[in-house]
Unconditional design. Structure first.
Length: 128
């Protein structure tokens, strides 16, 4: 004969649920006062990304310019040009990161992103 498992009774399940709830409530973190001087971890992550984007743009641009100068046996003109192009690319990446556009390429329709899916009458006439 199969024995019936008594641990599935509703009384024991309710008791277990109550004990789990009490344990979770006792382990809730205490609220601390907000320290304005400290940056949140999200802010630190964004600061690290901004720094990385700027430095990477400069390093990659300068490296490509230096390699082209070595290959073409030219003065460091290409390195200087690519340095500035790398700086511009790094600043564009920072701008995209800070505005929430991510790494999307091409046209970014701000109106559709903001939830304005219904075009205005002027836009309707332009699209027709």
């Amino acid at each position: 004969m199969a024995k019936k498992d008594k641990s599935d009774s509703p009384v024991e399940t309710a008791s277990l649920s109550m004990r789990i709830r009490q344990l979770e409530e006792s382990r809730k973190p205490e609220r601390h006062t907000h320290n304005r001087a400290a940056l949140s971890s999200n802010g630190l992550a964004m600061a690290g990304r901004v720094t990385t984007e700027l430095v990477a743009g400069l390093v990659v641009g300068t490296g490509i310019g230096w390699a082209l100068d070595q290959w073409l046996n030219t003065s460091p003109v290409l390195m200087v040009v690519m340095f500035f192009l790398g700086a511009v690319a790094g600043m564009m990446n920072v701008w995209r990161a800070l505005t929430g556009r991510g790494m999307a390429a091409g046209f970014f329709d701000e109106k559709r992103q903001a939830g304005q899916d219904d075009p205005s009458p002027d836009e309707k006439s332009r699209s027709d």
